[in-house]
Design a protein around this ligand. Structure first.
Ligand code: PGA
Length: 250
C-alpha cells in the first residue's frame, strides 16, 4: 500500500514569523496522522520552519533549486545548500517556474538528478495547459514530461521521488479536475513509469494531484485508486484548512 503524502506549497507567501506561528498551530492538528506532511516554504522561511518543526511529523521542503553545486549563478540556491540546513524535499518544475522562469524539461531533469545526488527528495510537477487539454493532448504531454524528467534516473532512486500531476488550468483557479479525470491522468503517468521501470516500481511510486485541492474535495480525490495525496497551494496557507486536508479521512 502506498502512503498518502500531503504537501503544502506556500509559493511566495509567509514571512518567518508567520511560518513559525503556522507550524506551531499545525503541529497538534496533524500529530496523529499516518499521512506524510510536508511544507514547501520560501527560502527565507526554511531555517525557521526547520527549527519549529523539529521533533514533529512535519517535514520541510524548498520550492526550487539550481542544478549546479556552486558558482556564478546570482540569486540561485544549490541542492547542497538546502541539504546543509536539513531540508528534505524540493519542488522541481512547478508550472509557475516553467511558465515564468524558463524552466524546461531539460533543466527539470538536471535538477531532479542533482537533488537525488544530494539526498533531497524531489517533488516533480507535470501537467497540461487548458489548450493542450482541449486539443486532446493531455496524455501525451504529461507522459512526455514524466519521461523527460526521469531520464537517466535509476530504478532504485524512484522511491525517493514524488510526482505531482498538476493540470495548469486547475492551479489557483478554483477549478479542480474531477476525481475521475485526475485519477485517469495519474494512471497514464503510472503506465509510463511501468513502461520504463516495470510494474513493481509503477505500483510503488507516489503520484500526487495538485490544483485547487481544499478540505471539501480532498477526500473525493485522495480515495481514488491512483491519487496518493496532494500538492496544495492556496489552501495550505491556513493551518486549520490545511490540517483538514491532511486529515481528510477523519
Ligand atoms: P492551488 O496550487 O492549490 O492554489 O491550486 C497548487 C500548486 O500550484 O501547487
Amino acid at each position: 500500500m502506498r502512503k498518502k503524502v500531503i504537501a503544502g506549497n506556500w509559493k511566495m507567501n509567509m514571512l518567518p514569523n508567520e511560518a513559525i506561528a503556522f507550524i506551531e498551530e499545525l503541529t497538534p492538528l496533524v500529530k496523529d496522522t499516518e499521512n506524510e506532511v510536508i511544507l514547501c516554504v520560501p527560502y527565507t522561511d526554511l531555517f525557521y520552519s526547520l527549527l519549529t518543526a523539529q521533533g514533529t511529523n512535519i517535514k520541510i521542503g524548498a520550492q526550487n533549486m539550481h542544478f549546479e553545486d556552486n558558482g556564478a549563478y546570482t540569486g540561485e540556491v544549490s541542492a547542497k545548500m538546502l541539504k546543509s540546513i536539513g531540508v528534505e524535499y524540493v519542488i522541481i518544475g512547478h508550472s509557475e517556474r516553467r511558465q515564468y522562469f524558463a524552466e524546461t524539461d531539460e533543466t527539470v531533469n538536471k535538477k531532479v538528478k542533482k537533488a537525488l545526488q544530494e539526498n533531497l527528495k524531489p517533488i516533480v510537477c507535470v501537467g497540461e495547459t487548458l489548450e493542450e487539454r482541449e486539443a486532446g493532448k493531455t496524455s501525451e504531454i504529461i507522459t512526455n514530461q514524466t519521461e523527460k524528467a526521469l531520464e537517466g534516473i535509476d530504478e532504485n532512486q524512484l522511491e525517493n521521488i514524488i510526482i505531482a500531476y498538476e493540470p495548469i488550468w486547475a492551479i489557483g483557479t478554483g477549478k479542480t479536475a474531477t476525481s475521475e479525470d485526475a485519477n485517469n491522468s495519474i494512471k497514464e503517468i503510472r503506465n509510463k513509469i511501468m513502461e520504463i521501470y516495470g510494474q513493481n516500481m509503477s505500483k510503488r511510486v507516489i503520484i500526487q494531484y495538485g490544483g485547487s485541492v481544499k478540505s471539501t474535495n480532498a477526500k473525493e480525490l485522495f480515495t481514488t485508486s491512483d491519487i496518493d495525496g496532494g500538492l496544495v497551494g492556496g489552501a495550505s496557507l491556513k493551518a486549520e484548512e490545511f490540517s483538514k486536508i491532511v486529515n481528510y479521512s477523519d
